[in-house]
Ligand binder design. Structure first.
Ligand SMILES: Nc1ncnc2c1ncn2[C@@H]1O[C@H](COP(=O)(O)OP(=O)(O)OP(=O)(O)O)[C@@H](O)[C@H]1O
Ligand SMILES: [Mg+2]
Length: 186
C-alpha cells in the first residue's frame, strides 16, 4: 500500500536560488545528496494551515502517472515544511513568452502539450481529483533527453496541486470559488 506521507532522500537546497514564488510557498533549486540529481524544493511559508500536506497527499496518489509532476517526498522541518519535486526546465508561461512564439507555439510543441495535458486530465478523472488552478504557470515542461535529436519531444506535466481537492463524484459542486481570476469560469 502506498503511504500517504513518505520522506525524501537526503537533500540540500540554496535559499539564494529561488525559481518560483507563489501564493502558498517558494520554490528553490536543490540536489539529492547521494545521486546529485537536481531537484526543486517547494517550501511552505505558512505554518498555520494544512494546504501543503493536502497538496503532498494528492501528489503521492499520482506517483508514476504520466503528465503529473513527480515528488521525491515530504519533509516536516517544524516551522517550514518541504515538498521535494523533480525539476522541470520551465513553465508553459515561459514558453509562451519567448519572442519567437509571439504568433503561437510551433505545431509539434502544441501537439506534445495537448497529448500530455490530455493524459494528465485522464489521470485526474480516474483518481477523482480536481486541480482547480490549471493555467500556463502550472504546466511544467521537460525536454526528453532520452530521445534522439531527430525524434525530440518536449514533455509537459501538470504541477501545483495547492488548490487541488479529492472529489467523490466528478460532478460535485464546489461552494467556494478558487483559482486564478483570468483563468476562472462560472
Ligand atoms: N518542479 C518544478 N520545476 C521547475 N520549476 C518549478 C517546479 N515547481 C514549481 N516551479 C516554479 O515555481 C512556480 C511556483 O510553483 P507552484 O505553482 O507549485 O507554487 P504556488 O506557490 O502554489 O504558486 P501559485 O499558487 O501562485 O500558482 C511555478 O509556476 C514554476 O515557475
Ligand atoms: Mg502555481
Amino acid at each position: 500500500m502506498r503511504r500517504a506521507f513518505f520522506s525524501p532522500p537526503d537533500f540540500t537546497f540554496d535559499r539564494k536560488v529561488e525559481i518560483g514564488n507563489g501564493a502558498f510557498g517558494k520554490v528553490y533549486l536543490g540536489a539529492l545528496t547521494d545521486t546529485k540529481t537536481t531537484i526543486c524544493v517547494k517550501v511552505s511559508t505558512n505554518a498555520s494551515d494544512n494546504t501543503f500536506e493536502k497538496e503532498f497527499e494528492l501528489l503521492a496518489k499520482m506517483l508514476g502517472k504520466e503528465g503529473i509532476i513527480q515528488t521525491h517526498g515530504f519533509y516536516d522541518g517544524g516551522s517550514f515544511r518541504y515538498i521535494v519535486l523533480e525539476k522541470a526546465d520551465g513553465t508553459l508561461e515561459h514558453l509562451l513568452n519567448v519572442p519567437r512564439h509571439s504568433l503561437g507555439l510551433p505545431m509539434q510543441l502544441s501537439l506534445d502539450l495537448i497529448g500530455d495535458l490530455g493524459n494528465a486530465l485522464t489521470v485526474l478523472s480516474e483518481l477523482k481529483i480536481a486541480h482547480r488552478d490549471i493555467k500556463p504557470d502550472n504546466i511544467l515542461f521537460f525536454p526528453n533527453e532520452k530521445q534522439k535529436e531527430d525524434n525530440f519531444r518536449n514533455i509537459f506535466k501538470l504541477c501545483d496541486f495547492g488548490m487541488g481537492r479529492s472529489v467523490r463524484k466528478m460532478d460535485a459542486t464546489f461552494h467556494t470559488a478558487g483559482g486564478t481570476i483570468p483563468y476562472m469560469c462560472n
